[in-house]
Design a protein around this ligand. Structure first.
Ligand code: MN
Length: 191
């Protein structure tokens, strides 16, 4: 199965100033495209040739895991933002966040702290278990909560390539700004 580059549901410059057009063009058009190309070069002739992305991430290791993980991660990442985003989650997701952290504001604080405190490159995820219970997971490099049997609901990329052009070393500031573009309608559907 050929892995395709996910289409952005907005124009490259539409998320500015939270994420600049230049960052989107490099992040989606160069970094993600490279992971997609690498994966398409790695899987032919392996048992993953016709597998879906999530199965590859759950079962592969080495280079196939790294590139498949990054494709899955970025597919979730780029499709959870909107220029008209921001605000708060609603419905069942909002209730589950309140149950786990007491309030949306407390959840935001813990999520930001997890992302800011992750050493090196990786991801911070809001994930749900099979009972719908939520947790925050920190993943190194290409990690995704599916490898722990959890379903990713929201993911912030803390690799420097996601923010360095716009925020330089200020990762925590970048994470705080990202709330302004989260498309909760899209995220609610993952819960
Ligand atoms: Mn990235």
């Amino acid at each position: 199965m050929k892995i395709e580059l996910v289409k952005l549901p907005y124009e490259a410059g539409a998320l500015a100033p939270v994420i600049s057009k230049q960052t989107i063009e490099f992040h989606h058009g160069k970094h993600l495209q490279t992971y997609v190309n690498n994966l398409n070069n790695l899987i032919p002739g392996t048992k993953f040739e016709n597998a879906d992305l999530e199965t590859i991430v759950k079962e592969a290791d080495g280079g196939i895991f790294n590139n498949a993980g990054q494709v899955l991660n970025h597919n979730l990442y780029f499709t959870q933002f909107s220029p008209s985003g921001g605000g708060k989650p609603s419905g069942k997701l909002a209730a589950a966040i309140d149950a786990a952290w007491g309030s949306f504001e407390n959840f935001q604080k813990e999520f930001e702290a997890a992302g800011a405190g992750l050493f090196g490159s990786g991801w911070v995820w809001l994930a749900k278990d099979t009972d719908g219970k939520l947790s925050i997971t920190k993943e190194q490099n290409a990690g995704n909560p599916v490898t722990k049997g959890l379903t990713p609901v929201l993911g912030f990329d803390v690799w420097e390539h996601s923010y360095y052009l716009d925020y330089q070393n200020r990762r925590a500031d970048h994470l705080k700004e990202l709330w302004k573009i989260v498309d909760w309608e899209a995220v609610n559907k993952r819960y």
